[in-house]
Ligand binder design. Structure first.
Ligand SMILES: *[C@@H]1O[C@H](CO)[C@@H](O)[C@H](O)[C@H]1NC(C)=O
Ligand SMILES: *[C@@H]1O[C@H](CO)[C@@H](O)[C@H](O)[C@H]1NC(C)=O
Ligand SMILES: *[C@@H]1O[C@H](CO)[C@@H](O)[C@H](O)[C@H]1NC(C)=O
Length: 977
């Protein structure tokens, strides 16, 4: 027995000795081998790699230099034992942060440098976010067979992906996303099937419309479990496979992102078998139904599912909850792991079911724009993990449940644009983590919130209460809020503060946005209101009088956006505004301002300037000033004089120039057409411009409104009108969807807002007559133009309005004018046109206004088709040789009965209706098209995109309460049934 024991203990001792030796060896390696510096050849390779880039001196790459150990360089990692370089991580994802002078962190004119080949042991390469100037992926990357991680996302590479990459059989993570210009090899994706270790594949933004076998190929990859194929032009057919590889892929897949594709109808049946799913993103497709139901197919058996995104499938009818309300729940303890459910922009048309309150781990619930209605169930108060709740833009009724007071983790609560009627202090009183509260645009009959509501909201930064006519805030004048707001949006909350600035703003030192439009404010700006960081101030549509610009400038020196339109402000000096060094957006329209505009105001920061409808005079400055980055300039209805503002000569991104109703004179310079190539609206109406219309204007291919009416222009109409590219494109009247198909949904959403917002503000600011200017049209009326109507005009198939009246035009009306299919208004009156009225006009089924009077037209007025309804004789008056209905003159060889007297009242009514119709259509289409031009260019220009959306965000809350409804309503009007 003791022998056995000693034998055993000697084994133990032996093991201990071995252990010690191992430990020593290990320590040895720690002390000595890690010190292995990088290998000379590899350092040289890295230096060569470095030299292939240009970069900012502050970039970490700048510190890579010869004297130092490359293993310690930032972004480089080595094997601790061998000293070989194994990691290069030069990811750069902050280029969008400062987009003003967006400099890409690393920039290379050549493709990825082959010096990497020297790094035989490299297994991790991340170059994402750098700029390779549209060069190709080099095929040598395919021989870097040690790579397990390769990230080339967002690197501005283009061309075809070399099939050599198929040799990377150890690759586990491969990300090629966000390279818009990258192509698969004419649809050949076979090489991907060799990446046998692949677990993650990201191909977002690559066009696979020719690779019908894409999913088949991917299903050979037996390790693949995460797949991002967003925006890849995929269609349903890609997913109707029946191989066993495919089903085992589906049962294995954990992350599947198919957003922004062209998938439609029901979701593929096979998707019900995705039992390992963690994250599913099907947003921005055209799905109409979830095969098997959302709950049964995805939630019930996937207790580990964390995130579902079905947003922006605008016809998706997700009857997800009601059907399963009483069904047994199979997850242990009802513990669903679902944390994010995004159904924004769907068409649920249901009430919110109580059932939803059982998803206890929910952190973010988004039901915005999903056509839900009815009361908000109190059960939502059980979602104790909830941090973000989006219920805005629906038709919810009743009161905000007091159970919301239990959502202690809530950070953002959006309830805006519903029909909620009740709200009480209990709803918010305990929400100590709340950062954003948006209850704007509701009914709230006689609801009163007191300071008690806000007593514990010490983290509140954004308070949005605009457009609540019946809501009142009853705060003690001495109340000191526990929060420091960054944004307060209270537009049109008439009862919120009375006609004064609320005294509690006095201690709000962190304000960035203060939007108090349309609140009947008549008091002066108090001296205590001096938020130093304020960037946006909106006091438009109030009753502010006197001069207040100096005070604003002194108290809010960091303003970027200033909206003061529609007040009674009468400053006569704008020069104090020159001290606002960051000013980007300035709207002073509709006030009583006067004086001249100093050049110092016109800085490259300025993005939007509206001085319309004031009494400004003098020449618009051109010696000083630099408006290189202005996008919209409105000077209409003032007394400006002098030549076309030469300060605009280099405003290459200007899209709107409205000088209507001033005294500008002289020629329309050729640089307008040569330089302002982004113009969409050129409105010079009602000035004193003379000379000829420069033919360079025809270079403005994006133009949609050319309004030169009421000037003193002479000479011919330039013939190359067909260059107006936008005008030649035919649009459907519901142009909205036409444009949205090519954009991402978020943008559409914004554009939609923008459209309605502008309709709204147009209604406030513009007369009916002026509204008509917002369409796709050419108006050259009331000038001294001569010559004939260029036959190219018929190429303008997108034109809604053409007005050439009150000129001296001769010749005939182009016979093919009927080709301008969407034409709604044609006025050629008061010219010297001769010949017949073309019969093709009868093809124009949309033509609502046709005025041909006071010419020398002859022959019979065509009465076919649509034209038979034209009964207004005066529109054909004073054409001595014209005959037939509706004129009293009968044609000689016509043997019909006496012309009958028309019921004039009836006709008037008809016309009236038509006018309204026309205006609606024109506004919408005009704005959509105009706006789209803006957004379209923004897509291409990231920096501007950023800038623009900042603008949208800032003005975002200024949108009318009935946006969604009104767009639906207007669509209803505009789309012929
Ligand atoms: C690739 O890099 C980008 C950042 O540029 C990052 O967002 C993405 O998650 C990375 N991909 C993978 C799979 O790590
Ligand atoms: C890699 O792939 C390409 C094309 O698929 C092939 O021609 C080449 O021989 C392969 N091997 C290496 C080491 O590049
Ligand atoms: C245009 O008007 C300016 C003054 O506004 C005048 O000097 C010039 O001669 C006019 N040109 C023509 C062609 O009439």
């Amino acid at each position: 027995m003791s022998k056995l024991v000693s034998k055993k203990s000697s084994v133990v001792i032996l093991l201990r000795v071995l252990w010690m030796i191992l430990l020593l060896l290990h320590l040895h390696s720690c002390f000595f081998i890690t010190a292995a510096t990088c290998i000379q050849k590899e350092r040289e390779a890295l230096l060569q790699f470095k030299n292939s880039f240009s970069y900012d001196p502050s970039h970490p790459l700048a510190s890579w230099n010869n004297g130092t150990d490359c293993c310690n360089w930032k972004g480089v990692g080595c094997n601790q034992i061998t000293g070989h370089v194994t990691i290069i991580d030069l990811r750069s994802d902050d280029y969008q942060v400062d987009s003003y002078n967006s400099s890409w962190p690393l920039y290379s004119n050549n493709s990825i440098d082959s010096s990497l080949l020297e790094l035989k042991y490299l297994n991790y390469l991340d170059l994402s976010g750098n700029h390779f100037n549209y060069t190709q992926i080099p095929s040598f990357l395919g021989s870097m067979v040690e790579l397990t991680y390769l990230n080339l996302s967002n690197t501005v590479i283009s061309g075809k992906v070399p099939p050599h990459l198929g040799n990377l059989t150890k690759l586990k993570v491969f990300d090629l996303s966000f390279n818009y210009q990258l192509q698969s090899n004419n649809g050949d994706v076979e090489w991907i099937s060799h990446l046998s270790s692949l677990q993650f594949l990201g191909l977002t933004d690559m066009d696979f419309s020719k690779s019908l076998n894409l999913m088949q190929v991917l299903s050979y990859l037996t390790m693949l479990s995460s797949l991002r194929l967003s925006s890849c032009s995929l269609q349903n057919i890609y997913f109707s496979l029946s191989s066993s590889n495919y089903s085992s892929f589906l049962s294995r897949v954990q992350l599947l992102d198919l957003s922004y594709n062209q998938l439609n109808g029901s979701t593929p049946k096979a998707f019900q078998n995705m039992s390992s799913l963690n994250l599913l993103n099907l947003s921005a497709n055209k799905f109409t139904a979830i095969e098997g139901g959302l709950y049964s197919s995805f939630i019930r058996n996937n207790c580990g599912l964390k995130e579902i995104n079905l947003s922006w499938n605008s016809d998706l009818d997700v009857d997800l909850f009601e059907t399963y309300e009483n069904e047994s729940i199979s997850c242990f303890n009802n513990e669903y792991d679902l944390q994010v459910l995004n159904l924004r922009g769907t068409s649920m048309r249901t009430k919110i079911p109580d059932w939803l309150g059982k998803l206890k781990n929910m952190k973010s619930l988004n039901l915005r724009y999903s056509k839900i209605y009815g009361p908000v169930p109190a059960s939502l108060g059980n979602l104790s993990s909830l941090e973000y709740l989006y219920l805005s833009d629906n038709a919810l009724t009743g009161a905000i449940p007091t159970s919301f007071g239990r959502l202690l983790n809530l950070r953002e609560l959006y309830l805006s644009n519903n029909r909620l009627e009740g709200v009480s202090d209990e709803c918010f009183i305990q929400l100590g983590n709340l950062e954003l509260l948006d209850i704007s645009k509701n009914l709230f009959f006689k609801a009163v919130l007191t300071e008690a509501s806000f007593a514990n909201l010490s983290r509140l930064e954004t308070l949005v209460i605009d457009h609540n006519e019946h809501l009142s805030l009853d705060m003690d004048p001495k109340w000191i809020p526990p929060f420091q707001l960054k944004s307060l949006v209270a537009d049109s909350c008439i009862g919120c503060f009375g006609s004064e600035f609320p005294p509690w703003l006095q201690n709000q030192k962190s304000l960035i946005d203060l939007l108090l439009s349309n609140m009947s404010i008549s008091s002066a700006i108090p001296t205590w209101l001096a938020p130093q960081n304020l960037t946006t101030l909106d006091l438009s549509h109030n009753k502010m009088t006197g001069s207040l610009i100096t005070r604003i400038v002194d108290q809010m020196p960091n303003l970027r956006s200033l909206f003061l339109s529609n007040n009674l402000i009468n400053d006569s000096l704008l020069s104090p505004l020159c001290q606002l060094k960051n000013l980007e957006i300035l709207d002073l329209s509709n006030n009583r301002l006067s004086g001249i505009v100093q050049g110092c105001l016109l800085t490259p920061n300025l993005f939007y300037l509206d001085l319309s409808s004031n009494n400004f005079f003098g020449t618009f400055p051109h010696s000083q000033g630099n408006l290189s980055y202005i996008q919209q300039l409105y000077l209409r209805n003032n007394n400006f004089e002098g030549s076309m503002p030469i300060v605009l000569k280099n405003s290459h991104i200007l899209d709107t120039l409205d000088l209507e109703g001033n005294k500008f004179s002289g020629n329309i310079p050729t640089w307008v057409g040569n330089n302002l190539l982004n113009l969409q609206l050129l409105i010079l109406r009602g000035n004193l411009f003379n000379g000829t219309i420069p033919s360079t204007l025809c270079k403005l291919t994006g133009l949609q409104i050319l309004d030169l009416a009421h000037n003193q222009l002479e000479g011919d109409i330039p013939p190359n009108l067909s260059n107006f590219d936008v005008m030649t494109r035919k649009r459907s009247k519901d142009g909205y969807y036409y444009y949205c198909e090519y954009s991402d949904a978020e943008m559409c959403y914004h554009s939609e807002k923008y459209v309605v917002q502008n309709i709204k503000s147009s209604e406030l600011n513009y007369s009916m007559e002026q509204l008509k200017t917002f369409l796709v049209k050419i108006d050259l009326s009331k000038n001294h133009l001569v010559g004939s109507i260029p036959s190219e005009v018929i190429m303008l198939k997108g034109l809604f309005g053409l007005n050439l009246s009150h000129n001296n035009l001769v010749g005939t009306i182009p016979a093919e004018i009927g080709e301008m299919e969407v034409l709604e208004s044609l006025d050629l009156s008061f010219n010297k046109l001769s010949g017949p009225i073309p019969r093709s006009l009868s093809k124009l089924s949309s033509l609502g206004v046709l005025v041909l009077s006071h010419n020398n037209l002859s022959g019979e007025i065509p009465r076919e088709g649509h034209l038979s309804t034209y009964n207004e004789a005066s529109n054909f008056d004073d054409n001595p040789y014209l005959c037939g209905d509706p004129l009293p003159t009968k044609c000689v060889n016509e043997n019909s009965s006496e012309p009958q007297l028309k019921d004039m009242n009836n006709v008037d009514e008809e016309e009236d209706k038509w006018e309204k119709w026309l205006v609606y259509i024109m506004i919408i289409v005009g704005f959509i098209v105009g706006f789209w031009g803006v957004v379209g260019s923004l897509i291409l220009k990231k920096s501007w995109r950023y800038k623009y959306f900042k603008f949208v965000d800032e003005t975002y809350y200024k949108v009318d309460a009935t946006i969604w409804k009104s767009i639906e309503f207007l669509k209803g009007i505009c789309i012929p049934k």
